[in-house]
Design a protein around this ligand. Sequence first.
Ligand SMILES: Nc1nc2c(ncn2[C@@H]2O[C@H](COP(=O)(O)OP(=O)(O)OP(=O)(O)O)[C@@H](O)[C@H]2O)c(=O)[nH]1
Length: 298
Amino acid sequence: MNATPDNFRCGYIAIVGRPNVGKSTLMNVLIGAKVSITSRKAQTTRHRITGIQTRDDAQYIYVDTPGFQTRHANALNKTLNKTVSNTLTSSDAILFLVEAGTFGPADQQVLDMLPKNVPVILVINKSDRVKDKAVLMPFAQKISALFNFAAIVPVSAKLRFQVDALEAEIKRHLPENPPVFGPDDITDRSEKFLAAEIVREKVFRLLGDELPYTSTVVIEQFEQEGNLRRIFAAILVERSTHKSMIIGDKGARLKEISTQSRLDMEKLFGGPIYLEIWVKVKSGWADNEAGLRAYGYE
Ligand SMILES: Nc1nc2c(ncn2[C@@H]2O[C@H](COP(=O)(O)OP(=O)(O)OP(=O)(O)O)[C@@H](O)[C@H]2O)c(=O)[nH]1
C-alpha cells in the first residue's frame, strides 16, 4: 500500500444478532477469508474473533460476537454475555443482523442490549430466501420503529448480494484514523486459536445435533519446525457417552474429524501439518469459571 492518505478511516465494527442469523458468514464475506467458523449448528462462535479488511482508503476491523444464550444459565453463558456488552460499547459501528421476515424474542433480546451512543446498522440478512421482495419493506419498517438505526441494508451474505453497499455504509461511520494493522493481516488471533476453531467446526459439522453444545477444543501443544506444524489437540466433553459419539465406530468419526481438520489447517497455514486429536471427559467444565479462564474464555 502507498502512504496512508490523510482522510484514511479505521475503526471497529461489531457484528451482533441472535444465533444462526449468519454473523460468521457475513464476516467471512466482508473480510474475504475464512477466519470465523460457520456451522449449521447454533452457538459455534464462542470466541471474539477479529477479522480485518484493508482497502486503499479504510481499514475495517470486525469483531464477531458469540450468540446470546438464554436457555442454559451457566457460567459460560454469563461470560459470553459480558464479552458481548464490552465489545459493543467499544465499537465505532454495530451491525445488527436479523433474518429477513423473522423477528422474534431472541432478536428483541439482542436489540435491548445495544448501546444508544454507537451507530447501529440494521442488516437484513438471508434476503435471498424471500421470494417476494415487496415484503421486505414492511418488515424493515416494523423493525426500524423499534430502534433509531443509522441505516437499513438488506443483504444476502451467502450470495454476496449488497455486501459492497453495506461496506460503503459502514465506512461512513468509521473515524478518520491511520490503520491499526498491516495491510495483509486478516486476523489478530494466533494460529493456535485458529487450529482449535477448525477442529471445533469439524466436530460440530460431523456430529450435528447429536452432540450437546457443551464441548470444546483445547490445543495442548503447538510446535513449528521449519514449515511443519505439530499440533496436539484435545476435544473436551462432559460425559463418556459423548466421547464414544465423537470417536465413532472403530474410531471412524474421529479419523474423519482429524483428516478434515488437517486439510483445512494445511490450506490456512500453508504448510504440512502433523495433527493428533484426543477426546477427554472433563465433567462440569462449562460450570466452572476458573476452568473457563484457563481455556481462554475471559
Ligand atoms: N439462505 C441464506 N443462508 C445464510 C445466509 N447467511 C448465512 N446463512 C446460513 O445460516 C446458517 C448460520 O450461519 P452462521 O454464519 O454460522 O450464523 P451465526 O450467526 O454466526 O451463528 P452463531 O455462531 O450460532 O451465532 C448457515 O447454515 C449459513 O450458511 C444468507 O444470506 N442466505
